[in-house]
Design a protein around this ligand. Sequence first.
Ligand SMILES: Cc1cc2nc3c(=O)[nH]c(=O)nc-3n(C[C@H](O)[C@H](O)[C@H](O)COP(=O)(O)O)c2cc1C
Length: 198
Amino acid sequence: MKLGIIVGTTREGRQTPKQAKWVAKTAANIEGVEVEIIDLADYPMPLFAEAVSPRYNPSRTVDSTAQKYMDKLAEQDAYIFVTPEYNHSIPGVLKNSFDYLDWQMMKKPVGIVSHGTVGGARAAMHLKEIVSEAQAVPMSKFVAFSHMSEAIDEEGTISEEVAANPYGPQGALDGLLEDLKWYSDALAKARNETLVAA
Ligand SMILES: Cc1cc2nc3c(=O)[nH]c(=O)nc-3n(C[C@H](O)[C@H](O)[C@H](O)COP(=O)(O)O)c2cc1C
C-alpha cells in the first residue's frame, strides 16, 4: 500500500507536521506499507478559479502547481489527511486543494487524523463529507487528538504516558491503519480486476 499522508496546514509556526510525522512513523512499522508525507506547503496552489467544475471538464487547463499535487495524489493507494480545526472546520488551504481534484482519489480509502480543542472532531466530520465527494472511501474510524502539540515532539514521537493509554490516540491510530490497509488491499484488487475486464 502506497500511503500518502497529507499535511493540511501551511501557516508559519504550524503544529500539524509533527502529528503527520507521528502518523508516518506508526504506519512505516506495518509490513507492506510505503509512506510518503505530502505537505501542502510544498504545493502553493492559487485559490481555485476554473470556469467549470473539474469532474465535468475533461479538457481543463490546470494550474501547474495544482497539477503536481494532483499527480502526487494519483500515485497513492490510500491517504491519511492530518488536519487541525480552523473555525470549526478544516483550514481553507486544505479545502482549496480538494476543489481542484477530479478522479485522483476515486475508490481509494481515506483516513482522517485531526487535532484541536475537542480533538478537531468538527473539522474531521466536515472532511469526511468532502472526501466522499472526491469519490473516495472515508474510513469509519478516525483519530481526534486533543492537546496534540504537548503530546508529540518535533520528531513525531508521542509521549510514553499518552501512548500507554489503551483508549488514547495511539490505539486509535493503530486501529485506523489496520482498517485502511484492509480496505486498500481490497479496493486495489477490485480496481485492478475492473481494469482487466475493461
Ligand atoms: C485561524 C484559526 C482558527 C482556529 N479555530 C479553531 C477552532 O475552531 N477549534 C479549535 O479547536 N481550534 C481552533 N484553532 C486552534 C488550532 O486547531 C491549533 O492552533 C492548531 O495547532 C492549528 O494547526 P496548525 O498549527 O498546523 O496551523 C484555530 C487556529 C487558527 C489559526
